[in-house]
Design a binder for this molecule. Structure first.
Ligand SMILES: *Cc1c(COP(=O)(O)O)cnc(C)c1O
Length: 413
């Protein structure tokens, strides 16, 4: 075991199964209450940890994949082709055919896929193919000021407003054995606001009506808030979605597909780092830790992170969250710094906070949802992932990467 004085060696990500189960149940109950006929399809790109994919498969989830590698890992971990939802503007022909032929869900996104459908239709005249179309629409007109996509058009799917979606539908209708059976509404939004999902569901109704579509499913995608009680959660979203969809669709006939990612796992995950050293400069302190910004948000610079501290009591060696118990005086400024050798690897400033010392821990709460996998192999490799099981025992879902993994498939002379 990677343990040091009875504690797990930092840095590591931590997933609490109990809290993960809480959000899985919240999701299923919300879908049960508001639609009944549904598929939960987990967004593999958000976090493709094999333990997590297996856990969710056992709970009846499908896998929402957006690349050949994701398709392959889902299949290797036991998802059948029927249990795959395949999205993406860049699809791999073999995986695409496999999912299509074995009656999984394929949401078309690109021009070339319409040609592929024509080929499939001719090649398999005996078969019937049912496919979905990803919708590209501007919500800002429906919801002025709702800051959906910041007024910018998304880059995915077939555009509704200029008739490209209509053309795609007509093209598919000319193929005798192909049916437009689904609409894929996933849209990245800045605010994750509930009203946006109501508007998206309304858009699915409008499109189905306008083009007389009889749909097997409406796929509302992901992008929900989750994991905190002070934000909207699944019951709010699916109430709004169900209300709109019921204006046209019958839950008996049309399934609701959802593709949650980070909303499902953020409550359960955290990132645990340790204090390595403290440097004194005239302006204050630099607290060097063994985790980095790159493990938390490699894509943006931010200087506020939900977190809490664990102080090491110097007498007893015990970790306490209450600084007073560890008898720490206050310091005007301590900058929490990361483990990389980049100057900007500074996470946040502790102002007038208890002095931090080597051996203390900084725990980033609701962290790791995306970054368990999005963290780069930069200077340090993937940190370990530990799972706290429902019975309180620990399970190592991923060992920290070392050069054993890094050197694989490299060649040098
Ligand atoms: C990223 C993505 C999701 C999941 O998004 P979250 O914000 O993690 O919920 C779902 N569907 C598609 C098509 C995606 O690209």
């Amino acid at each position: 075991m990677e343990k040091e004085n009875g504690r797990l060696q930092t840095p590591y990500y931590f997933i609490r199964e109990k809290e993960l189960q809480y959000d899985v149940d919240l999701l299923k109950n919300a879908l049960e209450d508001n639609w009944g006929n549904y598929i939960c399809s987990y967004s593999v790109k958000t976090n493709s940890l094999p333990w997590l994919l297996t856990y969710l498969r056992k709970q009846g989830f499908y896998a929402e994949v957006v690349s050949e590698a994701e398709y392959d890992i889902a299949v290797r971990l036991g998802y059948s082709n029927k249990e795959i939802v395949y999205n993406s503007p860049y699809k791999h022909r073999k995986a695409w055919e496999k999912v299509l032929l074995e009656e999984g869900y394929v949401n078309l996104d690109s021009s070339y896929e319409l040609d592929w459908m024509k080929e499939m239709s001719e090649h398999y005249p005996q078969r019937e193919f049912r496919v979905g179309l990803r919708v590209n629409c501007l919500l800002d007109q429906l919801l002025p000021g709702a800051q959906t996509t910041g007024g910018k058009r998304g880059r995915f799917g077939y555009c509704y407003e200029n008739g490209v979606l209509k053309e795609a539908i007509e093209k598919l209708r000319r193929l005798p054995n192909v049916k437009v059976a689904g609409l894929h509404m996933h849209t990245s939004t800045q605010t994750r606001a509930v009203e946006i999902y109501g508007a998206l569901a309304g858009m699915a109704v409008q499109i189905a009506r306008e083009y007389a579509l009889e749909l097997d499913y409406v796929d509302m995608g992901g992008g929900y808030f989750g994991g905190t009680d002070d934000m909207p959660s699944y019951p709010d979203y699916f109430k709004a979605i169900g209300k709109e969809l019921k204006k046209f669709f019958d839950p008996q006939k049309t399934k609701l597909i959802v593709e949650p990612g980070v909303s499902l796992i953020s409550r359960a995950s955290s990132f645990i780092t340790g204090v390595i050293d403290v440097k004194t400069v005239p302006e204050g302190k630099f607290v060097v830790t063994d985790g980095s910004r790159v493990n938390l948000n490699p894509m943006t610079a931010r200087h506020s992170y939900p977190h809490h501290m664990e102080y090491k009591n110097e007498q007893t060696g015990e970790m306490v969250t209450d600084a007073q118990k560890a008898a720490r005086e206050l310091l005007p400024s301590q900058w929490i710094c990361g483990s990389t050798c980049m100057e900007h690897d500074k996470l946040f400033e502790v102002v007038e906070g208890p002095v931090l010392k080597p051996g203390d821990r900084i725990v980033y709460d609701r962290a790791g949802g995306y970054t368990i996998c999005l963290t780069p192999l930069f200077i340090h490799y993937f940190p370990a992932v530990w799972v706290e099981k429902k019975d309180g025992s620990l399970f190592q879902a991923r060992e920290a990467w070392t050069n054993d993994e890094y050197l694989q498939k490299n060649h040098w002379e």
